[in-house]
Design a protein around this ligand. Structure first.
Ligand code: RVP
Length: 502
């Protein structure tokens, strides 16, 4: 006879935290959100930790190189999507790794024979007023001059005036050689009262631009997550089919950590993939696996050698797996069950395997709940898709700005490897939808607001670290009626259009 669970499975919205004692020490400024990402032995330190417990989903509409840089700046990790060619994914990883905080590959470039009209058009397109003039009009051509808003007056100059007639020529520019450090660049910028400083190689070719305003930004990222060469830490998704080609290319490009991207990870395919990685690279290559929703699935992947285990089936905002296939589990119950298994595994073996709650985070406080239930970190898709840094289009729908967001199992993404069970190489039926989400602005502003709420609740629970939260949290299931009590009720809201993140 089939096995029946006695309890229904629950999701985050059905739980609340009960405050614990908060001492005077318990203030948000004292909270550390540092968390392990990879397995480690008792008494040792994990090879990779994050400064904040957030990762971005392995999805076309969420994680590219731009997202990877933006999230690493805040202290988390993006897993660049694998549902693209090996070359394209490796190129994204390489770009994120090549990104040097404060050093920008110029995106506004023009040839000297172009006109003032072309400059205005370019400015309209990129939104940037500093344009590099190079011999071939590319970001790495020979630097011939710079045009800024101070070099022209639209009302006094004809639009067909060539750029060479009003640019500041290279001979009059202050530049710095490749290899100059960011702080040296900053000194030059201040000494000469510049807004931007071109970095050139020994042949006079443009390599980077350093902008005065970016230096200030860089100083504002105390949590940034860097590797030992001071490059941003970047993750990448892989599948259980083409790992023999994909993994070497991603590592060559500089990926710090991999994750098998699969809707259902309790399978021989995952074991084969991890075995292949271990046989070829030993423990030096870090690889997460998943997704699972119970203790058995966790133990299987932990025994296979996964560096972390991802939890969640069917809880994603764009996911219709539960409707189409009838599999899955309420995300809160899945996290609680797997967290218990992770702790038992640690007791038994002395090996701590971090777990990641993936999907279904709707409100900021769901992050705190997931951590309190035992997750070491969370993975979010919808959340990050709403920001400027996600790879999708920002569109105006009936007067409101939206970003596009689609599932990996949708017809749009057609990521068949994620749903593959060793059959034909195609997506047989959809397990995801194509959608819009409300545009929410910059990642930095939103992440800082979310984490300030997380820290505040942690203080209410008397916890200054995530492990303390996991030990001290008191959680209660709530009734359907008391959920209603939790929102604004029995009042007439003044702003009925107001959308809130609780
Ligand atoms: P959410 O954050 O709720 O948007 O969920 C994101 C998660 O949903 C992803 O990390 C992934 O596990 C899952 N996903 C991605 N595509 C699909 C699908 O098409 N069904 N599901």
């Amino acid at each position: 006879m089939a096995y029946f669970y006695n309890e229904p499975s629950h999701t985050f919205d059905e739980y609340l935290l009960i405050p614990g004692y908060s001492s005077a020490e318990c203030i948000p400024a004292n909270v550390s959100l540092k968390t392990p990402v990879t397995r480690y032995k008792k008494g040792e330190k994990p090879a990779i930790e994050m400064n904040i417990p957030l990762t971005s989903a392995i999805m076309q509409s969420v994680s590219d190189d731009r997202m990877a840089v933006a999230l690493a700046k805040e202290g988390g990790i993006s897993f660049i999507y694998g549902s693209q060619s090996v070359e394209a994914e490796a190129a994204m990883v390489a770009r994120a790794k090549a990104y040097k905080a404060g050093f920008v590959v110029s995106d506004s470039n023009i040839q000297p024979s172009c006109t003032l009209g072309d400059i205005l058009e370019l400015k309209e397109k990129t939104g940037h007023s500093t344009v590099a003039v190079t011999d071939d009009g590319t970001a790495n051509g020979k630097l011939l001059g710079i045009v800024t808003g101070r070099d022209y007056r639209v009302s006094r100059m004809p639009e067909d005036l060539p750029v060479s007639a009003f640019m500041t020529p290279a001979a009059e520019l202050i530049t710095a050689p490749r290899g100059t450090t960011l702080s040296e660049c900053n000194d030059i910028i201040w000494e000469h009262k510049l807004n931007s400083l071109p970095i050139v190689d020994e042949n006079g070719h443009l390599v980077y631009m350093v902008f005065r305003k970016d230096y200030a930004n860089h100083k504002e990222n105390p949590n940034e997550l860097l590797d030992d060469q001071k490059r941003y830490v970047v993750g990448a998704g892989i599948n259980t089919r083409d790992y023999a080609e994909r993994v070497p290319a991603l590592l060559e490009a500089g990926a710090d950590i991999l994750c098998i991207d699969s809707s259902e990870g309790f399978s021989e395919w995952q074991k084969r993939t991890i075995d292949w990685v271990r046989a070829r690279y030993g423990g030096s290559v870090k690889i997460g696996a998943g997704n699972v929703v119970d203790a058995e699935g966790f133990r299987f992947l932990a025994d296979c050698g996964a560096d972390f285990v991802k939890i969640g089936i069917g809880g994603g905002s764009i996911c219709i797996t539960r409707e189409t296939k009838g599999i899955g589990r309420g995300q809160a119950t899945a996290v609680i069950d797997v967290a218990k298994a992770r702790d038992e595994y640690f007791e038994e073996t002395g090996i701590y395997v971090p777990i990641c709650s993936d999907g279904g985070i709707v409100y900021d406080h769901h992050v705190t709940l997931a951590l309190a239930m035992g997750a070491d970190f969370v993975m979010l898709g919808r959340y990050f898709s709403r920001f400027d840094e996600s790879p999708t289009n920002k569109v105006n729908v009936n007067g409101t700005y939206m970003k596009e967001y689609w599932g990996e199992g949708s017809n749009r993404a057609r990521n068949w490897q994620r749903y593959d069970l060793g059959g034909s190489k195609k997506l047989s039926f959809e397990e995801g939808v194509d959608s819009y989400v409300a545009y929410a602005g910059s990642l930095k502003d939103n992440v800082s607001l979310t984490l300030s709420k997380v820290k505040s609740t942690m203080c209410n629970c008397g916890a200054l670290t995530i492990p303390e939260l996991q030990q001290r949290a008191k959680l209660t299931l709530v009734s359907a009626v008391s959920i209603k009590e939790g929102g604004a009720h029995d009042v007439v809201l003044k702003d009925t259009n107001m959308t809130r993140m609780k």
